[in-house]
Design a protein around this ligand. Structure first.
Ligand code: SF4
Length: 151
């Protein structure tokens, strides 16, 4: 049976940087009876919860190609942890038949259509988080809390 990766914070798991979650009741209802795997790449990359908010200082593609960094609000370089989280999630593709992912929009790891611009001023730009970029590159179809009904 094909499985869907889902950002754990959307399911109500307190893995968000603030120590809270992004629980989405409509998504939970939609996922009833479906075969899902909850993921949190930032925790899997070794970051603790709660943790400092982080943003991409370049595109996910550049960061994956070692030409950009991920930085926290207090200026700590967390690129290594973000990349590790993304590559750990890619291992799931070898273990399970994964076709889709429903990921938290806007996140520097999970965003599939937009991210924040690296200035910590709530400015959105078109782009993807590191894990979302890596998954899409491997052919996984990406959805978010905004369009999961199409998944
Ligand atoms: S890394 Fe993804 S799953 Fe983890 S808290 Fe951030 S948005 Fe949610």
């Amino acid at each position: 049976m094909k499985k869907t990766l889902v950002s754990a914070c959307l399911l109500g798991i307190d893995c968000k940087y603030s120590g809270e979650n992004n629980k989405n009741e409509e998504l939970l209802e939609f996922l009833k009876g479906k075969d899902i795997i909850p993921i949190c790449p930032e925790q899997l990359g070794g970051l603790k919860t709660p943790r400092q908010m982080a943003e991409l200082k370049s595109t996910a593609k550049d960061i994956v190609e070692n030409e950009g960094i991920v930085i926290t609000k207090d200026n700590v370089d967390v690129t290594k942890e973000f990349l590790k989280g993304g590559y750990e999630i890619l291992k799931y593709l070898k273990l399970f038949d994964i076709e889709k992912a429903i990921l938290k929009e806007g996140s520097p790891s999970c965003g599939s259509n937009f991210v924040y611009d690296g200035s910590f001023s709530s400015k959105k730009i078109k782009g993807q988080g590191i894990t979302a970029y890596l998954l899409q590159k491997e052919g996984v179809k990406l959805f978010s809390e905004n369009n999961f009904m199409e998944a």
